[in-house]
Every structure is written in C-alpha cells, then in structure tokens.
Ligand binder design. Structure first.
Ligand code: ADE
Length: 264
C-alpha cells in the first residue's frame, strides 16, 4: 500500500517514517510512504501558498491550485510506477477504455479536518484495503473550500477539537491504517486482539516481574491453563468495557458475553 501525505511541513514526518513498526513496514515493502509539499507547486516566485479570504475575515487560507497539483502529481506518480496510466496509444484506442487498468486502482483522497467524519477503527480497517491513500493536511485558518468540494473523496476528523494543522491527524490515520495491513504487525501480536477489533476494550496485560512493589500478576495468567486464561481475559475485557465505555455494549451481545456479564 502507498500512503502519500500532502503537507507544508514534510519534516514533521521524518521521525514517523524512521521508527518502529512503520519503519519496518516500509523496509519490508508492505507500505510505502511519501510527503509532497504544495509549496513546490506554488504559482508564485515567492512560493506563496496562502492568501486572504474572499469576503474578509481574519487569517489566511491555503489556496486550491497548489493542493490540486500536489495531489495530481502523487496520483500520476503512483499510476506511472504501477504502469496503470494510459499510454498515448491506449488513449487513441477506443477499446482500451474497456477494462482501463487505472480503474482497478483503489484510491482515496482524504482531507484531514475537524469538520470531517470521526475516525474509527472500522474506518482504519476499511482504508487499509485501498492501494493508495492521499492525506491532505490543512494549515493556517483553513483551506479554499474547492479542495473539499472537488478534490477529495472524504474529510476525516480525529476528534472534536481543533489542531493547528492536519499533520498530527494524518499521522494518526496513517499509523492506524498501516498496522491493519496484513503482515505489518508480527504474527504473534495480531491486530485481532486490539481494543475495537472486537468492540470491547482490551483486557489488562502484564509482563515480568511477577511481583512489583507488592502488586502481583493474577495467578490465572501464570497457570498455563489456556481455556481459563481465555475466559478470564474475556471477562476482564467485559468488566472494563462496562465500567469505562458502556456505550460499546449497546449492541447485540453474543451468548457468551451475556453469560459472562451475569457472572461479573
Ligand atoms: N485539523 C485540525 N484539527 C483537526 C482534527 N480534529 N481532525 C482532523 N484534522 C484536523
């Protein structure tokens, strides 16, 4: 999968690309990522990418043309690298319109903004099925609305608060999506066990030492009895969810969940 980020601050992403799971996913070629700066597509010799809003008002808005051109360039780049762009011959050949290879590319252009739909685990799982994601980071007081109206497929918000730019939200989305790509997490630490894979909070986890300042790891986890461990984990997940996120239990429950909830 390819994730392209369109941002005025490419250096924000240096640490993100070069550490831990994302770095390994890139090295293993499960994921490829890049940042494109709309300033490189400025129509002005000073590299201007923002201007005052029509109708007046405080602050500056990011202009549409550099953003459109940055997005179009990463799309063209992906298509040419995957050989899915039309050749001149193909364009002339009427038959080539049938089964156009570029139509088979699953791509999503996303604007990161507080007016978008809330980001969820389900959304991360869905986005991980695309071939290319293009995440556009806004800055300044906002972005010319033509970007949202005519360029993007959807706007995503990471929460009901306003940040100074879309860079952190883009990293949040890229991180959550990357770990859903098959093979990105180690086989032993499947995303299946996450909170929100099942709509339950994760159960408590412990590692060595078995006793720390008098606080001990629950005996069952050290018993080696796999069935008891699985039941304990499910019960603890339900307990935690009922306490901290009861809204997650407002759904049809499984028979096992109903039984365990009665026992808690
Ligand atoms: N840009 C600024 N605030 C944001 C938010 N909450 N979510 C996504 N993008 C944003």
């Amino acid at each position: 999968m390819r994730i392209d980020i369109v941002s005025l601050f490419p250096e924000f992403f240096d640490a993100f690309f070069s550490h831990s799971i994302i770095k390994r996913a890139i090295e293993a070629e499960r994921l490829s990522m890049g940042v494109t700066n709309p300033r490189d597509f400025s129509h002005n010799k000073h590299g201007q990418v923002d201007d005052t809003p029509y109708g007046g008002g405080a602050g500056m808005l990011m202009m549409a043309p550099p953003i459109f051109e940055a997005v179009e360039s990463v799309i063209a780049q992906y298509d040419s690298e995957t050989n899915s762009a039309y050749s001149i011959d193909e364009m002339c050949d009427e038959m080539s319109l049938i089964g156009n290879p570029s139509e088979s590319i699953r791509r999503r252009v996303i604007f990161m903004g507080p007016t978008g739909q809330p980001f969820t685990q389900e959304k991360a799982r869905e986005l991980a099925t695309y071939d290319q994601l293009v995440l556009i980071c806004g800055h300044y007081e906002g972005v010319d609305y033509r970007v949202e109206e005519h360029l993007v497929d959807e706007t995503i918000s990471i929460g009901d608060y306003v940040l100074t730019g879309g860079e952190l939200p883009a990293m949040v989305v890229a991180d959550a999506v990357a770990r859903m790509i098959p093979g990105v997490l180690g086989a032993a630490s499947g995303a299946q066990e996450d909170s929100f894979y099942e709509p339950l909070l994760e159960c408590p986890q412990y590692t060595k030492p078995p006793e720390f300042r008098g606080w001990v790891v629950p005996d069952v986890l050290r018993s080696g009895h796999h069935k008891n461990i699985a039941t304990w984990r499910k019960k603890e997940a339900l307990k935690r969810t009922r306490l901290l996120r009861p809204d997650l239990l407002e759904r049809p429950l499984t028979k096992e969940e109903v039984k365990l909830l009665k026992e808690i």
